[in-house]
Design a protein around this ligand. Sequence first.
Ligand SMILES: Cc1ncc(C[n+]2csc(CCOP(=O)(O)OP(=O)(O)O)c2C)c(N)n1
Ligand SMILES: [Mg+2]
Length: 458
Amino acid sequence: MGFLKILFSNSRPIHKIGQFHASHITFFGFSSARLLSFRRFESTNILKQQSTKLAENDDDCFLQVMDFPGGKVPITTQMKFIAESSEKRLPCYRVLDDDGYPIPGAIFEEASKELAVKMYSSMVTLQTMDTIFYEAQRQGRLSFYLTTAGEEAINIASAAALTLDDFVLPQYREVGVILWRGYPLQQVANQLFGNKFDFGKGRQMPCHHGSNELNYLTVSSPIATQIPQAAGIAYSLKMDGKEACAITYFGDGSTSEGDFHAALNFAAVLDAPVVFICRNNGWAISTPINQQFRSDGIASKGQSYGIRSIRVDGNDALATYSAIRAAREMAIKEQKPILVEAMTYRVAHHSTSDDSTKYRPVEEIEHWKTAKSPISRFRKYLQINGWWSDENESELRGDIRKQVLQAIQAAEKVQKPSLTDLFTDVYDKMPSNLQEQVKFVKDAVKRSPKEYPSDVPI
Ligand SMILES: Cc1ncc(C[n+]2csc(CCOP(=O)(O)OP(=O)(O)O)c2C)c(N)n1
Ligand SMILES: [Mg+2]
């Protein structure tokens, strides 16, 4: 049955996605979606006011109301400070239990057999690819690697909820999103080896993927820079009247950067159609979240900026898929930003430059790797539906392993880009100071050839 099992949190179904109504998932602070027809620059209308609801509940009685800039404010004689946190923690939207069974009464978008199998296969591809590339780095064949282990569902389920017209601005732990959009395994390997087929011509670290064709902006190393850029891209989509949004991914640690806060505020004020996806995996390298913020995670920050928000179980592929579909639909139809906090756990080391057993218990990592694995949970769901067997599993894993190994072997043999490429693609015509630098480098290589890699053409 294709119909979405949904609890109607509020009255009117407005946005129909197939049989799915985006307005029926309750995002914090708003229980119904209003269909706003938007006009270019409408968001800058200074007369637009905040909600005029004045009392928290019907018993509240205010002596006076004052008309301040931004709207009417009730006056109270009580000197009451707002609490630093609410008594209850924000709930986490979840659909599948640990055994892969839909939780009774759960509201979600039912994925077809074809889509669910594709999502599962892509999660396994990501896992297999990560294992092999990680080993290749340990063998000294790659300079660096970083896995998505434990976060495969966030990668794949969110990607499945988007269209190719949407613009993706990733952090660095979202290679699954670009794979889903059609980036071949061979291209992943080419980027990692920085060979001449790498779109970045070997000028970036490994794991910095990007593709113009797939509307996937290249990863940039300084964290959080992509977040305000997403607000800007979303605003330009709005000005062009496009049926698309911007999606940006970032970790819990990135929310400590000023860029995160500037981005949320800009997006809210400009009514930019952007979906902010925070992967809250508990750690920013060795810094735990309790040293990053005192708030109840990330979703709670949305309301302060005037952004509709939800907390979702990022290890539940179906919940993540449903929430991101709803978020995308609302962002585009209502022309406004949405914040999603996907709760998860980074089960691998931060990167090949880290040893996470130095700062967290091995048992904790093991628990998340096994009992809480997003891949095992989704596999159980497929098997419960009769869509997957042990034979399918071994065939898939064998096949992917072969493809990844072939991609590595092929990428390793390809020539590196030329040293001169270091200086190109910035200016239309190379300025004289850069021409001097090219000459300087080439002379230096000629003088001391042993100091330079022999496989890089001059
Ligand atoms: C501006 C900036 N500061 C510091 C770093 C070093 N650094 C790289 S990743 C990282 C942690 C990021 O954590 P989080 O955003 O939670 O992402 P996760 O690795 O957990 O997915 C840090 C501090 C950086 N790349 N850029
Ligand atoms: Mg993190």
